[in-house]
Design a protein around this ligand. Structure first.
Ligand SMILES: [Zn+2]
Length: 396
């Protein structure tokens, strides 16, 4: 079984291997194609079925809410018993925090509990790393008053219909500053192993066309705009330039956030939860995971490969593996409880874990930790698929 050499770099810098990715990618693609002729994902799946799954040197994680039932102590104990080693709890959006934030409104549900601190304390007890997951741009679960204040301040995204959306416009320096403050306080105040950026994207192609973005786009590109936003939305004369510019906005934002995190905690790990089909999703949502990888911004990348179809799961992963070209570890997201699909049972998760292992993933993350996962999936996994304890390859 062909495996990629994965190397890992912890600071944003131009990666030499990435610079060679064009050549390396061709070599890998050619070798893979030769090794798996006729080269289809289904043929490779058949080969994967025959492979012996690896079970050492991998990240085994779960995404979760800010709190879990019945409490973090029990959840961490359950995860430890099944030899998982990482948790990615949702800790805030730019409109509400579930930890003791000094820069965001703290949720009424978290006034008496610092859930992140509870997770970190229990995680250390049971050897489970905590990566705080930040909803980067959507004002998810924010109070109406917070959304209204942001709208009145002109800080929200605007779509082609002229509607303000509950998403922060990334071109606004006030929004970038707020997100950097969040990153800094999380890195400084909590003994977390990492930060994960989620929802680091636009909601759709026609965002953001606020007047600030118009001015910034014109200044950055030197393009003459006759009709805004028609020129930059679908099939407009400048739609390609606008698509590229949007991707650049998010990449620049990520770069700023990574720098802020590393200035505070040089050893903190940075990751991102990203959509699965990188090329089309870069155009639709401005989320250019390939560029983030090529720029060395991430310590690992987590595509949310939420599907119950094992061929889709394998196909997406193979494309992602080719895209990362050995520069960044791939931790594959699998979604037995996602909106996109529901699994029939834990055996379906085991199948996807085995595919990920056979194709060279550096680990997997399950969406998400809940009571059913704890009661039905974890004990099943612990019998075989995760029977042996392990740590991520970079921590070995
Ligand atoms: Zn804007």
């Amino acid at each position: 079984m062909l495996r990629l050499m994965i190397h890992w770099h912890s600071k944003p810098a131009v990666c030499v291997a990435c610079a060679l990715a064009g050549v390396a990618g061709l070599i890998v693609a050619a070798a893979w194609s030769l090794a798996a002729r006729p080269g289809t994902a289904s043929a490779q799946l058949a080969a994967a079925d025959a492979a012996t799954p690896a079970s050492v040197g991998e990240l085994r994680g779960v995404w979760s809410g800010y709190r879990v039932e019945p409490d973090w102590e029990t959840a961490m104990q359950n995860l430890r018993q099944a030899n998982f080693n990482a948790v990615f709890p949702y800790v805030c959006s730019p409109g509400v925090a579930y930890y003791a934030s000094e820069v965001l409104p703290v949720s009424k549900y978290a006034q008496d509990h610092d859930y992140l601190n509870e997770a970190v304390t229990a995680g250390r007890k049971y050897g489970i790393a905590v990566h705080a997951r930040i909803i980067a741009l959507e004002l998810l679960f924010a109070a109406d008053a917070t959304k209204t204040a942001m709208e009145q301040a002109g800080r929200l995204m605007v779509n082609a219909s002229g509607d303000a959306l509950p998403w922060l416009c990334p071109s606004d320096s006030r929004n970038r500053r707020l997100l950097k403050q969040v990153v800094v306080e999380l890195a400084r105040n909590y003994n977390i192993e990492g930060l994960q950026f989620d929802y680091l994207r636009y909601p759709w192609k026609d965002c953001c066309v606020c007047q600030r973005c118009r001015a910034q786009f014109a200044a950055d590109t030197g393009m003459h705009i006759d009709d805004w936003p028609a020129d930059v939305t679908t099939e407009g004369a400048l739609s390609e330039e606008f698509s590229t510019w949007r991707q650049q906005q998010l990449t620049d934002l990520l770069e700023e956030l990574v720098a802020a995190a590393h200035t505070t905690r040089p050893d903190i790990l940075i990751s991102a939860a990203v959509f699965p089909r990188w090329q089309v999703h870069a155009e639709n949502f401005g989320q250019c995971a390939q560029t983030w990888v090529e720029r060395g911004l991430l310590d690992f990348v987590c595509p949310m490969n939420y599907t119950a179809d094992r061929l889709d799961f394998a196909t997406w992963f193979l494309r992602q593996r080719k895209a990362v070209a050995g520069c960044t570890p791939l931790i594959v997201g699998t979604g037995p409880f996602s909106d996109a699909c529901q699994f029939a049972g834990p055996q379906q998760l085991v199948e996807q874990i085995e595919i990920a292992r056979a194709f060279g993933a550096a680990g997997f993350i399950v969406f998400k930790y809940n009571e059913q996962f704890a009661e039905q999936y974890l004990p099943y996994l612990a019998q075989e698929a995760t029977a042996q304890a392990t740590r991520p390859a970079w921590a070995e």
